[in-house]
Write a protein that binds this ligand. Structure first.
Ligand code: PLP
Length: 480
């Protein structure tokens, strides 16, 4: 690596990316290519023998890759949940990639570990997490930056499993039960599968529209009761703040009470909505977290930090370490032996890890808490505006009360099958237009359209224009 060559080339890549952002509204938000497009269009069918210059590579990116990109950073991207980019997030990512350190233990790069300990504490303080989840609390709690929520759930589930089996005996594994609702993210099911739980050990508790699709404490209590009567041992509950389909909020406080009575590990998955809880007016959604065992959110969703960056806090990380720690002789070192350092390899499934703390630190320092709150509030305000526009058109309904930056809406017909078919048609037309991208959810047999605001470049005018597009396409559907 020649530093001067890097300098020259990096400027060109930065220019390319800056131009991409400048022109991003020109592209269809949802890529319109067909499966297999790349091999069919790319002239080169195998890796080149000779080197190519950066200009030629960027030309290929432009011609062949960009058409196959769905533009997540477009201001008209309203699909899934956001993956909010920011200047600070991208620059932090550059620094992290630039240093290219692999901080699996303290000695392998002390700053990577210590900066991580610092930013998870800063974030925890912003969220007003109880001291018991923070390093600065001094009670043994702390946080870690993992890749994704899937990993956070899998690692905490494995910790809970091993902790319980130590008490009741390993031969009781087949009796352990994992609980979630029919709105819990598939991460829980995946984690349970990977951790060896069979279908008979996995409970999906049904939610209802009357509970706004939140997990009912009564239903949880009944499921636990029934399991205990059958000789099962309740183990782990995943409660969600801001479910994927409709942003439902599980009543954390009551669920944790029940879990505590039954010695169940509670993990709180706030992958998307957790970030907005740094605003005092949203903090109440986390009430009860003090009784949970672990809590996670994705900074790469709604905290202006590029993927991947899942923040996981635990009251008792020793449970995690006891399941995930392996200490081969080639990693032995004095710092670890002193017991004075955190070795993050013991807090995650993989050994190698990225310097994720850098980008989160740069985001926090560049914007400051007041601005971060302001950005998040502006997204919620835009979602509220969209919700009001939907409510004003009597052909549409808002399906569930809006909690954060997601509006679930649909064309409303008395017949459910017709309603589902018409909304499917409407969504297909929205996305085919290339002018906006939204996704759907299916809840209680209802097909609904999700409008999720969180793009850094999204402004009110994009929301209003997109709503007009929805209305025009609805007019066409009515005329058919
Ligand atoms: N939990 C919730 C509530 C989510 O909405 C999502 C993704 O959208 C996830 C978990 C999965 O996150 P990850 O991709 O980081 O595993």
């Amino acid at each position: 690596l020649d530093p001067e060559e890097f300098r020259n080339q990096a400027y060109k890549v930065v220019d390319f990316i800056a131009d991409y952002y400048k022109n991003i509204e020109q592209f269809p938000v949802l890529s319109q290519v067909h499966p297999g497009y790349l091999r069919k269009t790319l002239p080169q069918q195998s890796a080149p023998d000779d080197p190519e210059c950066l200009e030629s590579i960027l030309r290929d990116v432009d011609r062949f890759v960009v058409p196959g990109i769905s533009h997540w950073q477009s201001p008209n991207f309203f699909a899934y949940f956001p993956s909010s980019s920011s200047t600070a997030g991208l620059l932090g990512e550059m620094l992290s990639t630039g240093f290219n350190v692999v901080g699996f233990n303290w000695v392998s790069s002390p700053a990577a570990t210590e900066l991580e300990m610092l930013v998870v504490d800063w974030f925890g303080e912003m969220l007003k997490l109880p001291k018991s989840f923070l390093f600065s609390g001094g009670g043994g709690g702390g946080g870690v930056l993992q890749g994704t929520t899937c990993e956070a759930i899998l690692s905490t589930l494995v910790a809970a499993r091993d902790q319980k089996l130590k008490v009741i005996g390993r031969d009781m594994f087949s009796k352990l039960v994992v609980y979630g609702s029919d709105q819990t993210h598939m991460s829980l099911q995946k984690a349970a599968q990977v951790a060896g739980f069979g279908e008979e050990n996995f409970r999906v508790i049904k939610t209802t529209k009357s509970d706004s699709f939140g997990l009912s404490p009564t239903s949880l209590k009944m499921a636990i009761q029934s399991d205990i009567e059958k000789g099962f041992v309740p183990l782990y509950l995943c409660a969600t703040i801001g479910t994927t389909s409709t942003n439902a909020v599980d009543p954390l406080d009551s669920l944790c009470e029940i879990a505590q009575q039954n010695r169940i590990w509670v993990h709180v998955d706030a992958a998307y909505a957790g970030s907005v809880c740094i605003c005092p007016e949203f903090r109440h959604f986390l009430n009860g977290v003090e009784k949970a065992n672990s809590f996670s959110l994705n900074a790469h969703k709604w905290f202006f930090t590029a993927p991947d960056c899942c923040c996981l806090w635990l009251k008792d990380p020793s449970a995690l370490r006891s399941s995930l720690s392996v200490n081969p002789s080639y990693l032995k070192n004095k710092a670890t032996d002193s017991g004075e350092v955190v070795d993050y390899k013991d807090w995650q499934i993989t050994l190698s890890r990225r310097f994720r703390a850098m980008k989160l630190w740069v985001v926090m320092k560049s914007y400051g808490v007041a601005n971060l709150r302001m950005f998040l509030r502006s997204h919620v305000k835009m979602a509220k505006l969209f919700e009001e526009l939907v409510e004003r058109d009597e052909r549409f309904e808002v399906v569930v009360p809006r909690n954060f930056g997601l509006v679930c809406f649909r064309l409303s017909f008395s017949e459910i099958d017709k309603s589902n078919a018409m909304n499917l048609k409407l969504l297909e037309r929205i996305n085919k237009s290339g002018k906006a991208f939204m996704t759907h959810a299916m809840v209680a047999g209802m097909y609904l359209i999700r409008f999720s605001v969180g793009g850094t470049m999204t402004e009110e005018r994009h929301v209003v224009t997109t709503w007009k597009l929805v209305q025009e396409l609805a007019d066409e559907i009515y005329l058919m």
